[in-house]
Design a protein around this ligand. Sequence first.
Ligand code: SAH
Length: 366
Amino acid sequence: MQALHLTGLSQPELSEFEATLGEPAYRARQIFAGIHARRLRSFEEMTDLPKELHAKLGERATIATLTLESRYISSDGTRRYLFKTHDNRPVETVFIPEERRDTICFSSQSGCPLQCTFCLTAQLGLLRNLTAGEIVEQIIVALNDAYGVGLKTPRGTNLVGMGAGEPFLNFDELMKALRIMKEPNGLHIVANRITVSTAGIVPRIRELATIPDRPHLAISLAAPNDELRNELMPINKKWPIEELMSACKDFEKALKRGERFTFEYVMLRGVNDSDEHARQLANLLNRYGLHAKVNLIPHNPAEPLPYQPSPIERVEAFQAILESKGVHTYIRRPRGRDILAACGQLAARSTVNITAPPKFSERRTA
Ligand code: SAH
């Protein structure tokens, strides 16, 4: 029998499990806080529980299923964690330190089923969906590594669901992970501090619009017309640009005042970065009356991807055209390229400047 993964249980589910062990109700709260607020990685570290309970829990359940294989540190301070799941699938998480606030980028799937031609993760194919518990564990380990086991998370640390995988093809587990993470008795990371990115799974964009406590949304566009987008992002053949834009418009109507969503546009030299592409993009957004921001992401190259990043002058010229047509545009600075930690570079590869895994044990306890 596989051990029950407690990290992926909501507080009520944990209470139910505790009841089957014949334990008093307050134990569930203690264990939930041990996993999520204190970010402990084994039952033995939960010194507020009786020793007999450690053993009893250990027979039936586990809290640490991800094994940290490697931690890579970039010259810019970005950290990439490469984990293995209990069934030996790769999972990657990235910690991005920033001056004002830090960001943790988590994965929703091992590999990815989408076949975006500019993304290295696509080359893995889909290995499997991650469970809610595996999503939450990524955050726990990254927080412990960055700030110390159980120590307070600085206010404003943000999460982005922009790692490997398509979060909206693993919607239920993703949403469950977000519900677990927002608990005040746990990680206490609320939806407002989380951004989830999709390649354009239209029905889930519409569904997200109906959820009151929802994360921010980013949509990966990469091309302003169907012909080019079909080529770069084959998911466009299923949900073409007009359908995507009309879902975006409905999503925008559901936003609170002042809230915005984002489009991401990877800049591929000589492919999607001309003045004409910029005009088409601005016209598209304006035609739908969308007030979204556009994030331009210079392509992060990696063998054997057949693209190069647009030169910065091209990116700036592209931005200027969008801005001149009233579209707010930001240029995203690449982070962690040297350790294959930047957008679109996660493919479970090892890189050179490897450092030893952190001291605290991330080994499986079960
Ligand atoms: N599948 C989701 C979540 C991944 S987010 C999605 O597509 O939105 C990863 C972001 O990085 C996406 O915006 C994607 O378009 C972008 N990206 C992928 N490969 C890239 C590359 N090689 N260089 C720069 N950005 C890339």
